[in-house]
Design a protein around this ligand. Structure first.
Ligand SMILES: [Zn+2]
Length: 143
């Protein structure tokens, strides 16, 4: 009997694990200015999990989001050919938080159209969308 019941092919255990990893890494966030501590956990195509948290700066615009932090770590560890199967995003404020526009573009760079993104919704549940849902018209460099 297969434990797979999710349209993404992910098992409930994989999704739960990803959410727990995102929540755990949010504890590491450097967010002295906003107090909004965020974690992101990437599930790569080989089932490796890589995490990242937000890193703020006194010069606010230099802040790195958790999603981009995780992606930079994943590329640093596994190289430029990584592909993201799923991402879970969590925060310690019990607040809704979809990936920002910049992160959607960053995620798109290493995704397939059906890469799944799990994030805290307005109603306190975990929402889910594909990257194609969240960024239907990504920027592509055509030179
Ligand atoms: Zn972002």
């Amino acid at each position: 009997m297969s434990a797979t019941s999710h349209p993404s092919g992910l098992t409930p255990t994989q999704i739960e694990d990803l959410q727990q990893r995102a929540l755990a890494v949010a504890q590491q966030a450097y967010a002295p200015y906003s107090g909004f501590r965020v974690g992101a956990a990437l599930l790569l195509e080989d089932d490796t999990i890589v995490t990242g948290c937000n890193v703020e700066n006194a010069s606010y615009r230099l802040t790195t989001c958790a999603e981009q932090s995780a992606i930079a770590s994943a590329v640093g560890m596994y190289g430029p050919h990584i592909r993201i199967r799923a991402i879970s995003i969590a925060n310690l404020s019990n607040a809704a938080s979809q990936p920002c526009g910049a992160c959607r573009q960053s995620i798109h760079e290493f995704s397939t159209p059906d890469t799944r993104i799990f994030f805290p919704a307005e109603d306190g549940t975990v929402a889910e969308a594909t990257i194609a849902d969240l960024l239907p018209a990504a920027f592509l460099l055509n030179k």
